[in-house]
Design a protein around this ligand. Structure first.
Ligand code: ADP
Ligand code: MG
Ligand code: MG
Length: 251
């Protein structure tokens, strides 16, 4: 699904190397977790994969289902099936959630050469998805994220993911203040969307999210590289002992 080879990235504005050779593969249908100390480059990796400005790739490759991601603009990456959640809970006053979702979905369909969905067809799809995810249809009418609570924003991201049907979902749990209810929401949504043709990269500082979203593999990132990979037990080891044991072992 996702293949990253020796990816090196620096800040555009500063002479600061952040990713120093990331090697990472995510298989079809796999849920992979990335953990690591603060500042190790986890969010930078997700930004670079989604095509955010401000970063310069100085080496390596990244491909999605064999397509070179680094060559595409952000919209092309999204149309190819990449989805980045939780980084941009942008508020869009005046734009109803439903209109926003339909516009986003149809833009992607158009880019893939698929027929756009009519308002009626879209409504059927989005209502069905909302129902499956236990999301109140009322949320579809509200302006995007405006006045949403933290939990509602997360719920909305899950709904976006369900509607857009991406192949590769990247979730960056930047919000260390995720409460238990929000965490359950996110994990129930992710678990409902787990599928043989869809992969997840779940980035988290803490093990607790991985109690709910049980990953197939856990990767530890430190100082701009993946330094160790293992099964779910690796996350438990981190929870118990912190990163210092793993880091000194790697050094
Ligand atoms: P993580 O998500 O693992 O906590 P980040 O990717 O956010 O790590 O950051 C990695 C490193 O890059 C940190 O040292 C951070 O300060 C630095 N960094 C990232 N983006 C910027 C930026 N736009 N300007 C300055 N430093 C940045
Ligand atoms: Mg951080
Ligand atoms: Mg981060």
């Amino acid at each position: 699904m996702l293949d990253i080879k020796d990816l090196k990235v620096k800040l555009e504005e500063e002479d600061k190397q952040i990713l120093k050779g990331v090697d990472l593969s995510v298989e079809d249908g796999q849920v992979a977790a990335i953990m690591g100390p603060n500042g190790s480059g986890k969010s930078t990796l997700s930004y670079v994969l989604s095509g955010r400005e401000g970063y310069e790739v100085t080496g390596g490759e990244a491909s999605l289902q064999g397509q070179d991601l680094l060559d595409m603009d952000p919209e092309e990456r999204a149309a190819a099936g990449l989805f980045l959640a939780f980084q941009y809970p942008v508020e869009i006053p005046g734009v109803g959630n439903q209109v926003f979702l339909r516009t986003a979905l149809n833009a992607q369909r158009k880019a893939r050469g698929e027929e756009e969905l009519s308002a009626t067809d879209f409504l059927r799809v989005v209502r069905e998805k909302a129902k499956t995810l236990n999301i109140d249809a009322e949320m579809l009418k509200r302006p995007v994220n405006v006045g949403f609570s933290g939990g509602e924003k997360k719920r909305n991201e899950i709904l976006q993911m369900a509607v857009l049907e991406p192949k590769m979902c990247i979730l960056d749990e930047t919000d260390s203040g995720l409460d238990v209810d929000a965490m359950k929401l996110v994990s129930q949504g992710v678990n409902a969307l787990r599928d043989a043709g869809r992969s997840f990269l779940v980035i988290t500082h803490y093990q607790r999210l991985l109690d709910h979203i049980v990953p197939d593999v856990v990767h530890i990132m430190a100082d701009g590289r993946i330094v160790k990979s293992g099964g779910p037990e690796l996350a438990l080891e981190v929870e118990k002992n912190g990163y210092s044991d793993i880091l000194s072992e790697v050094r």
